[in-house]
Design a protein around this ligand. Structure first.
Ligand SMILES: NC(=O)c1ccc[n+]([C@@H]2O[C@H](COP(=O)([O-])OP(=O)(O)OC[C@H]3O[C@@H](n4cnc5c(N)ncnc54)[C@H](O)[C@@H]3O)[C@@H](O)[C@H]2O)c1
Length: 340
């Protein structure tokens, strides 16, 4: 089968990472289909860059409600599902724990059930998070073999997704050639993220609106990674799964090059190089979050190739995107210039 005939269903294609993923797969010659319920808040790169024009088919639907989309997935006959849909904002998970768990854990269950029931699907790649790990906040970079856990509903919704994927891999693939992979992302940064309650988008909104920025944890560390490395990684893992080059049931940490990280304080300093007038004040109402997060990306780097950017490089690439965009450059051309 030629590459142009390959069909991928991307859930959450209207979100920040989904938009970049859809564009990456289109550039690589795939037919792309999307399922999203438009439930996240904030302006969408997907709309700004008119990525809907590139889609070969779309359905607006809650991913956890499989009865509503099972027939559709039978009709479009994808061979790959990349599952990104979910409630992705950590502070929102504290306000809406039930919705978050349903979207994330039951959403993953629905995707894997759809994959099991649809003969055409040969690989399902489910995106989770570095927050799947039991975190003692001792600064040690997580490896894929570290214990799963989580002390809040967002984390548990993602570690539950990992366990669901493990169960489907162990018990529900008999008689089927279906590869199940999970990909644990760090803190993804890149142009066109205008979500609410995320560090860079909140800084952009505050700076451009002439408002002050309220920081939650100045001394928190996060494995900031550029979205172009994320979508390249999703593509590489998907192809290797489809070609049978990696075993089903693998989990992959996908973070910045060299297992790097940055302090929130460093991100704000870097941001101030572009927006020197922004006022930063300490947020009094803090939700409880893990303070130290970094991920070991040796498994991915050794099997495929190391990510291109470390945390600081990814942050600079991001700020240059916004700078060019607000100076009038085309969003889609800026995306193209970032991808590899
Ligand atoms: N951005 C990050 O730093 C990061 C880090 C680790 C993991 N992740 C995970 O990657 C995935 C994508 O994240 P993102 O940054 O693009 O988030 P996002 O909020 O921009 O996109 C998520 C998309 O999923 C859709 N969605 C939410 N709930 C849904 C549901 N029940 N049914 C159908 N669609 C639904 C939203 O409308 C949105 O378009 C999420 O699963 C997220 O948890 C993101």
């Amino acid at each position: 089968m030629s590459k142009s005939q390959k069909r991928v269903l991307i859930t959450g294609q209207m979100g920040f990472i989904g938009a970049w993923t859809a564009f990456q797969f289109k550039r690589e010659g795939w037919s792309i289909f999307g399922l999203d319920d438009r439930s996240s808040y904030g302006e969408r790169l997907y709309d700004v860059a008119e990525l809907g024009l590139l889609m070969d088919g779309e359905m607006e639907c809650d991913v956890s409600d499989l009865a509503k989309w099972q027939n559709w997935v039978e009709q479009i006959q994808p061979e790959l599902i990349v599952h990104l849909a979910g409630q992705a904002i950590v502070p929102r998970a504290f306000k809406q724990p039930y919705l978050t768990y349903r979207s994330n854990a039951l959403g993953t269950l629905a995707v894997l059930e759809a994959a099991r029931l649809t003969e055409s699907v040969r690989a399902a790649v489910c995106i989770t998070s570095d927050k799947v790990y039991e975190n003692s906040n001792n600064g040690h970079p997580f490896s894929e073999t570290d214990p799963l856990g989580g002390g809040d509903v967002y984390s548990v919704s993602k570690s539950s997704s990992e366990l669901i994927a493990k169960a489907y891999n162990n018990s529900h693939r008999s008689g089927r050639s279906l590869s199940i992979q999970t990909v644990r992302l760090g803190n993804v940064v890149g142009g066109g993220d205008w979500s609410i309650n995320r560090l860079i988008p909140d800084l952009i909104h505050a700076a451009r609106g002439g408002n002050s920025f309220r920081v939650r944890y100045m001394d928190a560390t996060r494995p900031f990674q550029h979205v172009s490395d994320v979508v390249k990684g999703i593509s590489r893992i998907s192809l290797a799964a489809l070609d049978g080059e990696i075993a089903s049931g693998e989990a992959w940490n996908l973070g910045p090059k060299d297992s790097s990280f940055a302090y929130v304080r460093d991100v704000i300093e870097l941001f101030k190089k572009y927006y020197p007038d922004i006022e930063v004040i300490d947020e009094e109402e803090k939700v409880k979050e893990d303070l130290n997060l970094s991920v070991n990306v040796s498994k991915y780097s050794d099997r495929f190739s190391p990510p291109r950017d470390n945390s600081v490089e990814g942050l600079y690439r991001t700020m240059k995107w916004y700078q060019a965009y607000y100076a009038g450059a085309s969003s889609i051309e800026l995306m193209e210039s970032n991808l590899y």
